[in-house]
Write a protein that binds this ligand. Structure first.
Ligand code: NDP
Length: 314
């Protein structure tokens, strides 16, 4: 029986681990992929209070080391289900009556089952696909969702980024350091991302904004060779030859696995207030997976702290 099991090792999950460990609790963190969450692919973080500039990788690694030094148990396992109580517990072993009274929770992964007094769901979000025909076919053959991971494959080539948020703006800036040309395709006139980033991009000679345009179709033989764009105002279609298309149109939650037990909002985010408490006592939601308006590194870290302090009292 762990005091706290945290599902997800992004900023919210690892911050929660640090706080729960410092509160003297035993903590298991389960992560299906790599630790670090979304921030690990951000080249430069410049808006975390107290840190002028840091790479996402350095930030995430620091968080992980900090939690590890405090005694975090970390396992690379995918969660299949969470359940309440557990008279029939792990490997057929019954929980002690004290644990059941404490409201034992069971977490089932693809490998095994674990018990905890409290759970913190910190599953973050995954990249939203464009939803254009043949997108899956070209993924890894010209289409990427991570400029910092795959940008180097397109050195000296023509690429495009789709999206108008901070991720798209940062991706375009990153790619313009290596690519011959970077088109930034956005469906509106105004960007959602920070004005400072827009201004920096405007100064770069190899970056061109294609505004009020959407990607209608993808073309190419084995790999992506061109995209068909439609102008929102005129309805005109045009063909843009590129080797790489970086999709940066936001995220979607990944909470389906909890839906039988935990209330989600209409978009699939976990319903929990600023106290991070879900509809089930002893289960908390922290970070981007939670229903909220501002999803930033700072708010993920804040949620992690709030959820951990709540979970430490269960
Ligand atoms: P956002 O949700 O901020 O932006 C998504 C963008 O994609 C919007 O411009 C949106 O257009 C566009 N979009 C959404 N769906 C489609 C679609 N189907 N077709 C075309 N365009 C579409 O996502 P981000 O990933 O950029 O950022 C997520 C959060 O993370 C934000 O809060 C951001 O500020 C933060 N962030 C912070 C960073 C930092 O601090 N260094 C770095 C990166 C992200 P529209 O505007 O018209 O809705």
């Amino acid at each position: 029986m762990k005091d706290v099991i945290i599902i997800g090792a992004g900023t919210a999950g690892l911050t929660a681990a640090i706080y729960a460990l410092r509160a003297g609790k035993s903590v298991l963190v389960l992560e299906q992929g790599n630790y670090g969450g979304q921030i690990i692919n951000t080249p430069k973080v410049e808006n975390y209070p107290g840190i002028e500039q840091i790479s996402g990788y350095e930030f995430a690694s620091g968080l992980f080391r900090q939690a590890e030094k405090l005694g975090m148990e970390y396992r690379n396992e995918k969660v299949k289900d969470i359940r309440l109580d557990a008279a029939d517990g792990d490997n057929g072993e019954a929980l002690s009556s004290a644990d059941v009274k404490a409201g034992g929770k069971i977490v089932e992964t693809t490998e095994q089952s674990y018990h905890a007094r409290a759970l913190i769901l910190a599953t973050g979000a995954k990249n939203r696909p464009l939803g254009v025909e043949r997108e899956a076919e070209y993924t890894g053959r010209g289409i990427s969702y991570c400029a910092t991971c795959d940008g180097m494959f397109f050195r000296g080539k023509k690429t495009a980024v789709v999206g108008g948020g901070n991720t798209a703006l940062e991706d375009a800036a990153f790619l313009s350091n290596y690519c011959e040309k970077v088109y930034l395709i956005h469906r509106r006139e105004e960007f959602r991302g920070e004005e400072k980033l827009v201004q920096e991009l405007q100064k770069r000679e190899n970056v061109e904004f294609l505004l009020n345009k959407t990607v209608q179709a993808l073309e190419g033989n084995l790999t992506l060779e061109a995209v068909i764009l439609r102008d929102k105002n005129s309805g005109e279609e045009s063909r843009l030859e590129i080797s790489g298309l970086f999709v940066a149109i936001g995220q979607m939650p990944e909470n389906e696995v909890f839906a039988d037990l935990i209330k989600l909002d209409d978009h699939g985010y976990i319903l929990a207030g600023e106290d991070c408490r879900t509809n089930v006592e002893g289960i908390f939601a922290a970070g981007d997976c939670r229903s909220k308006t501002v999803r930033q590194l700072t708010t993920a870290a804040a949620d992690g702290a709030v959820a951990a302090l709540g979970a430490s009292q269960v």
